[in-house]
Design a binder for this molecule. Structure first.
Ligand code: HEC
Ligand code: HEC
Ligand code: HEC
Ligand code: HEC
Ligand code: HEC
Ligand code: HEC
Length: 350
């Protein structure tokens, strides 16, 4: 064998070994630096103190507010026409026997008698709950049996075998976001379901001549942080009040800074484990709020896309494509179609 060939054959194994080691090293470095750049998306950015601005109503008496019926007396043409069908207004409504969830309860021999006690229905197209008014003012009992809707409008009962009433749960875990003006001490609500007050706050009579007195009025030009406080007061399903320990805000009034008393677990956005990742509904809410509240990126709020009284997000289709869109769309520009997604919530038990 030629001498030079023998030399090559002798060193070849160690060259190969070195090569393999080098490739492995590259992979390891690459892995850690990509981890670091993922974390840097959040961690590297300057964070604001969300509690720094404004005031709140923690510890103060509940404001006496004007009820929706009165508002609609003057606003029946702009808002009155759509309010009846607005999902905020309807989150709790009378339990009509023709509602699919009620029909299912009445149809099932195990719950037929129980159904006679149900007065109110809460929820939407994925899940609904049965309620009855409690004797105590501003309280309701919630039933253990639930209605779920997999697809279409046929209701499927869950836990129908041992239907019973719970007189604590609704007040301590649900009332703050599904009823209006909850007293932090007694957890009594003023009105079942959501009234104008939930978003427009303690609206003064004088707003008719000076609309800047009214939260969310066009002239007032509320800051993105103020808007985020209003919508976030119910749409953040990962927070708790520091003063009450309850999973909903304490005496929040539109115009307040929610984040003085409401502690939010923003880390839910950073889950990488597939089973813990937020669904697109919660993710797009939490991501948008974190941008505004924590990073001071005020380019976009809920109202950039949602028109609350027209119940539409149609205007969102005109926006420039960004990474944010990938909560619901695959990465493409222009956007075509959208991802199918399901929504579950530990907070809301569905
Ligand atoms: C922090 C506020 C908050 C609390 C507390 C809360 N909810 Fe909700 N709930 C919401 C919001 C916001 C939605 C709408 C979410 C969406 O559509 O993505 C909702 C939706 C629902 C729905 C409708 C789901 C559907 O799409 O059909 C049901 C049912 C529900 N909640 C039940 C409950 C129950 C029961 C409790 C108490 C155990 C509760 N919620 C506590 C904010 C809250
Ligand atoms: C879930 C939050 C929410 C509730 C509840 C709510 N509003 Fe509004 N309202 C808004 C927002 C947000 C705007 C600003 C316009 C927009 O972007 O949708 C608005 C705008 C308005 C306007 C201005 C007219 C217009 O269409 O631009 C009037 C008047 C109004 N609301 C009255 C009411 C009345 C009366 C009620 C109760 C019957 C009510 N709102 C309940 C969020 C709410
Ligand atoms: C006595 C009649 C009256 C009552 C009651 C009333 N409003 Fe108004 N409101 C007006 C008038 C007049 C304006 C100014 C003209 C306009 O924008 O419609 C106005 C303006 C507004 C605006 C700002 C509209 C804009 O241009 O962005 C909002 C929001 C609003 N009202 C909400 C409410 C809510 C919520 C209630 C109940 C708590 C209420 N109003 C009760 C008469 C009334
Ligand atoms: C007081 C609590 C509360 C506040 C404040 C609130 N929401 Fe909601 N919102 C809810 C609940 C509860 C539901 C689910 C109602 C249901 O279907 O049972 C809901 C549903 C929705 C929906 C889905 C239904 C639809 O009409 O498309 C949108 C979008 C929405 N809210 C946007 C907003 C925006 C934007 C704001 C701020 C201006 C806001 N919400 C303020 C409690 C609230
Ligand atoms: C870039 C646009 C955009 C922004 C910003 C945005 N949304 Fe949405 N949101 C949508 C679209 C689009 C949908 C899906 C279609 C629909 O339900 O209207 C949606 C759906 C929802 C739903 C129903 C989710 C479900 O399926 O249960 C709620 C509730 C909601 N948004 C609340 C909010 C709130 C609160 C904010 C602000 C923190 C917000 N959104 C910010 C575009 C947006
Ligand atoms: C919360 C989920 C959600 C987010 C976030 C969202 N979209 Fe959508 N988008 C939808 C849904 C649902 C539809 C279908 C219903 C509709 O057309 O409104 C849709 C439809 C669209 C359409 C029409 C597509 C077609 O095939 O006709 C466009 C364009 C669009 N979105 C653009 C965007 C852009 C741009 C962004 C980011 C700035 C965005 N979307 C963010 C849920 C979302």
């Amino acid at each position: 064998m030629k001498r030079w060939l023998r030399v090559i054959l002798e060193v070849l194994p160690s060259v190969l070994l070195a090569l393999v080691a080098f490739v492995l090293l590259l992979a390891v470095v690459g892995f850690f630096s990509s981890k670091r750049s993922q974390a840097a998306e959040g961690a590297g950015r300057k964070q604001l103190d969300p509690a720094a601005w404004g005031a709140d109503h923690v510890g103060q008496p509940l404001p006496l507010y004007t009820e929706g019926g009165e508002c609609l007396f003057c606003h029946r043409h702009q808002v009155g026409t759509t309010w009846d069908t607005n999902k905020h207004n309807r989150t709790i409504r009378d339990a009509e026997p023709k509602e699919p969830a009620m029909a299912a309860l009445l149809d099932d021999a195990k719950t037929k008698e129980f159904a006679a006690e149900v007065q109110l229905l809460m929820g939407d197209t994925r899940a609904q709950r049965f309620l009855k008014r409690a004797e105590a003012y501003g309280h309701a009992d919630i039933a253990s049996v639930k209605a779920e809707f997999a697809r279409g409008t046929r209701a499927k009962l869950v836990d129908a075998d041992s239907a019973k009433w719970d007189s604590e749960k609704f007040a301590k875990q649900c009332a703050g976001c599904h009823t209006t003006a909850v007293d932090p001490e007694t957890q009594a609500f003023a009105t079942v379901s959501l009234d104008c007050y939930a978003c427009h706050g303690d609206s003064p009579v004088d707003h008719a001549t000076d609309t800047t007195l009214m939260p969310l009025a066009r002239e007032r030009k509320d800051s993105p942080a103020a808007v985020s406080s209003i919508c976030g007061s119910c749409h953040i399903r990962f927070g708790k009040s520091k003063s009450t320990g309850l999973p909903y805000p304490a005496n929040f009034v539109a115009g307040d800074n929610l984040f003085r008393d409401f502690e939010v677990d923003w880390s839910v956005l950073d889950a990488t484990d597939e089973t813990k990742k937020l669904n697109p509904a919660d993710a797009h809410v939490m991501d948008n709020l974190r941008e505004v509240v924590l990073y001071g990126n005020e380019q976009m709020t809920c109202l950039t896309c949602h028109d609350v009284h027209k119940s539409t997000s149609a205007k969102h289709r005109e926006l420039p494509v960004t990474k944010y869109c990938q909560h619901c769309h695959t990465a493409s520009d222009p956007i075509k179609g959208h991802k199918r997604y399901t929504v579950h919530s530990e907070r809301c038990e569905y």
